[in-house]
Ligand binder design. Structure first.
Ligand code: NDP
Length: 434
């Protein structure tokens, strides 16, 4: 905190991991001899740069651009790009730190990184988005590559933005390589990549429910967010007979007691993808409740899947969820629960999966996209989906292995952190002091 003041999100993420791994770390004095913890917490490299772009009226704007290359002990840096007005180094450092352990959990050879800009994509035209992406990559391109650092999407960056960034990267590098993932299907993208984070989260939830013989069918689910992760979380829940009843965005949330059906979800996708509409419009169309400025955690349900952003669920929200009978919380977003909320879930011994385990499906299929690009082959939807299921089940097994307490209850936070940490730590030890 002394060295990196004013970085609360980064401190929060580091604190949680250090707390979980303390016991195993102390069992390995050789780690401390080479100052492993400090080396693991401080990013290997950070780039920050100015991004200058021109809007449709000819006005010139400047934004900040960043790439945090956190750790490449087990593979090339890998992690998304976020475009959101709130982006700063604290947020990107927390995300890159989390990504390192998440990628380690996926069983695939990927290191951790994250990047982005404080550019606000809301209300921008297609041409403005393209010019911004091109300006961003004009600087970023020299720091990335298929064996160096492979970015993908995140908040505010979907298939369209990845396409524009990949196009500019290809032009500058004069090579067609798999340097971005989340690409369009016609130029090296993988089937199931758009769906992977949301689907993967539900696959992880199913594994957790299995440990207590609970059927997902008929369970009411609170989902927050209404972007990529929230949409495909709902899609899989609906396919499995669960009933998502909420969605949100930064302006408020909707509560649809009848349940969000496949047809209604198709409308949400259209609303969000085609003209970046507000979730309020859902309530107007389907005549249901809309709470301006609110978050969905006060509504009664069985399961919660926070899928919007960091720290969107606090200790009081967690207590309300528990009082309302929630049996499981599975995080689609990164660090959506505050430390207080995490403690409430763990004390209540409900099934609680932290994002670095539950939302690892996205980066896993990104890893599979990298494999397909290297082979210059495309796998079928069934093959990718089956691999995703196996990966989520393996992550779950690893969490149980390291997180099961004497009372038989699994602490998935501890399990995920220890499993993720041990692999990276062993790789760093083997590669010497760097
Ligand atoms: P999108 O941009 O597609 O959607 C984000 C959603 O969250 C939008 O509904 C947005 O509302 C809402 N949101 C964003 N910021 C805030 C905020 N400060 N307060 C309230 N609502 C907010 O992003 P994704 O769905 O891709 O990402 C969602 C989360 O999942 C993030 O935490 C991301 O890091 C994580 N994640 C994503 C992966 C992926 O593959 N895409 C992989 C793993 C994790 P609005 O439109 O109003 O801004």
């Amino acid at each position: 905190k002394r060295r990196f003041p004013n970085e609360p999100e980064y401190h929060q993420a580091v604190h949680e991991v250090l707390e979980s791994i303390e016991e195993v770390y102390n069992q390995h004095p050789e780690f401390d001899k080479v100052n492993l913890i400090e080396r693991l917490c401080i990013p290997e490299r950070i780039f920050s740069f100015r991004v200058t772009w021109t809007d449709d009226k000819g006005q010139v704007h400047t934004n900040m651009g960043y790439r945090v290359q956190h750790n490449n002990a087990i593979g090339p840096y890998k992690g998304g790009i976020r475009f959101h007005s709130s982006v700063n180094l604290s947020i990107l450092k927390f995300l890159a730190f989390e990504q390192t352990f998440k990628n380690s959990l996926t069983t695939l050879p990927m290191g951790g990184g994250k990047g982005g800009s404080d550019f606000n994509p809301k209300g921008k035209s297609n041409a403005e988005i393209m010019r911004f992406c091109q300006a961003f990559v004009t600087e970023l391109w020299r720091h990335i590559g298929p064996d160096t650092d492979v970015p993908a999407g995140d908040i505010g960056v979907g298939g369209r933005e990845v396409g524009f960034m990949f196009g500019m990267y290809k032009k500058l590098s004069r090579e067609f390589t798999g340097t971005f993932t989340g690409k369009g299907l016609t130029f090296g993208g993988s089937l199931i990549r758009p769906e992977a984070t949301g689907y993967g989260n539900v696959y992880f939830l199913l594994e957790m429910l299995k440990t207590r013989n609970i059927d997902i069918k008929g369970k009411k689910c609170l989902v927050s967010g209404s972007g990529n992760v929230a949409q495909y979380t709902c899609e899989k829940l609906i396919q499995l007979g669960a009933i998502p009843v909420t969605l949100s965005d930064s302006d408020g949330y909707i509560y649809d007691p009848e349940g969000i059906t496949a047809e209604k979800l198709a409308y949400v996708k259209e609303l969000k993808e085609l003209y970046r509409g507000r979730i309020r419009e859902y309530a107007e169309k389907y005549n249901c409740k809309y709470v301006a400025g609110g978050r969905p955690w006060n509504e009664k349900a069985d399961i919660a899947l926070p899928s919007a952003t960091q720290n969107e669920l606090n200790g009081d929200d967690a207590k309300t969820l528990i009082a309302n009978g929630v049996i499981a919380v599975s995080e689609g977003a990164n660090m959506p629960s505050t430390p207080d909320a995490v403690n409430v879930f763990i004390d209540a011994k409900i099934l609680y999966a932290p994002g670095k385990a539950a939302n690892a499906g996205g980066v896993s299929v990104s890893g599979l996209e990298m494999s397909q690009n290297s082979e210059r082959l495309s796998w079928t939807e069934t093959e990718v989906d089956n691999r995703l299921k196996v990966i989520m089940s393996d992550i779950h097994e690893n969490c149980v292995k390291y997180g099961k307490g004497a009372d038989g209850v699994v602490n998935y936070v501890k399990g995920a952190n220890i499993a993720g940490f041990m692999k990276v730590a062993k790789a760093m030890m083997a590669q010497g002091v760097l």
